[in-house]
Ligand binder design. Structure first.
Ligand SMILES: [Zn+2]
Ligand SMILES: [Zn+2]
Length: 143
């Protein structure tokens, strides 16, 4: 959290309450949130939705927040800092999202290949798995 305020200061932005709250909300959430989720979790007095959007895109451009496409109409956001990186599992049937922290996450082979073929040095990754959640599987079986 302190690191975030420093980054914000460094780029000459005031770390307003609104931006701090967005970062706190995203850091505490185990899964990426939609702008509406973020707004719902805001303590009173809540800012208007447009302010949440504006602050989100600022945080995004500063690299403090990452936008995640989960094959949905609306994008979701997560804190870019979080030391623990999680993978996500998305149910294609009902849209349920679970965070999954892999015991080991070794993608060095893929990273090597990216470096070799595209010349990119990979710093981070984001992984989403898609399938059916237990509830939807059970529903399918009884139908
Ligand atoms: Zn489901
Ligand atoms: Zn990983």
């Amino acid at each position: 959290m302190r690191k975030h305020s420093e980054t914000l200061r460094r780029v000459g932005q005031t770390a307003t309450r609104g931006r701090k709250e967005i970062l706190r909300i995203l850091e505490e959430a185990p899964i990426p949130l939609s702008p509406r989720d973020i707004h719902d979790r805001f303590p009173e007095p809540k800012p208007d939705a447009a302010t949440v959007y504006r602050n989100l895109s600022l945080l995004l451009s500063l690299g403090l927040v990452r936008s995640v496409a989960l094959h949905e109409r609306s994008r979701r956001y997560e804190a870019a800092s979080a030391g623990v990186h999680r993978h996500r599992v998305v149910c294609r049937d009902c849209g349920r999202i679970e965070a999954f922290q892999a015991a080991t996450c070794d993608l060095s082979k893929i990273e090597e290949e990216i470096r070799r073929r595209l010349g990119f040095k990979v710093a981070d990754h984001s992984l989403e798995f898609f399938g059916s959640c237990p509830d939807c599987q059970a529903k399918e079986q009884t139908e």
